[in-house]
Design a protein around this ligand. Structure first.
Ligand code: SF4
Length: 254
């Protein structure tokens, strides 16, 4: 069943939104820096930071290596958490020079599994950023998981609330062909649905994924626990039902 749902999600999303043309970036290096800067902020802010770097001719490994961390932080200020992110960019540049003399084409020769393990050793780069770099900068067939993915999977009953990154990634990898373009498009489409419909308060009524098996209609619309039987179902409201626990005044598990 999960296999059918995973495939149907993609078909429905692609039919609705079409290709997303990810990742926005002129070079693999720009994609990498964008992936680091986009942590905990929206893409518009990242674009402003990247534009600052370009305007100062700083969007190259060599320029970023020479630039003091304080100057870098000032340029990427629009991306937020700029001191932390400046350190993370610097950490990546150190790794790139230490291992590949600053040459991304050398880095690109390393097999995917090994490369992923290496990137994860860079302080401040976690699985989502590492996988974004592998997929969008190095064209590797690696599925990226983010908060939107988790929300959609959980709300459709495909994972538990405490599912970890590898478990969610495995759900896609197990049921899809190992296809870099498919992984590229699928992740971009999930981000689209997360931004437009599967928000903290979901817009299921208008959402193209509504009605697909494991629908939110079988879950409490407040806490998203499965409604086991008719006796647990509370009053109908937009997009679903409310379970008995959430009907208690003041009760909320989210
Ligand atoms: S908005 Fe509703 S139908 Fe759409 S993905 Fe989220 S839970 Fe599913």
């Amino acid at each position: 069943m999960p296999r059918a749902v995973i495939h149907t999600f993609y078909q429905r999303l692609y039919e609705t939104f079409g290709p997303q043309h990810w990742w926005p970036g002129e070079t693999p290096f720009e994609v990498i820096i964008g992936a680091i800067l986009t942590q905990n902020t929206n893409w518009r802010n990242v674009e402003r930071a990247l534009t600052n770097l370009k305007n100062h001719k700083a969007l190259t490994p060599r320029a970023l290596r020479r630039m003091p961390a304080g100057d870098l932080a000032a340029l990427i200020r629009p991306a937020g958490y700029f001191n932390v992110k400046a350190r993370r960019v610097k950490n990546f540049i150190d790794y790139l020079y230490h291992n590949y003399n600053g040459d991304l084409t050398c880095m690109a020769t390393v097999p995917t599994r090994e490369l992923r393990a290496e990137i994860l050793t860079v302080n401040g780069i976690g699985p989502e950023t590492a996988d974004s770099i592998l997929l969008y900068a190095f064209d590797r067939p690696v599925f990226v998981i983010d908060a939107y993915t988790k929300r959609v999977l959980y709300r459709h009953g495909l994972i538990d609330r405490d599912a970890d990154y590898p478990a969610m990634q495995d759900l896609f990898v197990r049921h899809l062909d190992e296809d870099r373009q498919l992984f590229n498009e699928y992740h971009a489409l999930i981000v689209r649905i997360g931004k437009d419909f599967c928000k903290p308060v979901p817009r299921c009524e208008q959402c193209p994924l509504n009605g697909i098996s494991y629908s939110l209609r079988d879950r409490c619309e407040r806490c998203f626990r499965v409604l086991q039987n008719a006796g647990q179902r509370g009053k109908r409201s937009q997009g679903g039902s409310v379970c008995g626990g959430c009907q208690v005044p003041g009760a909320s598990s989210r």
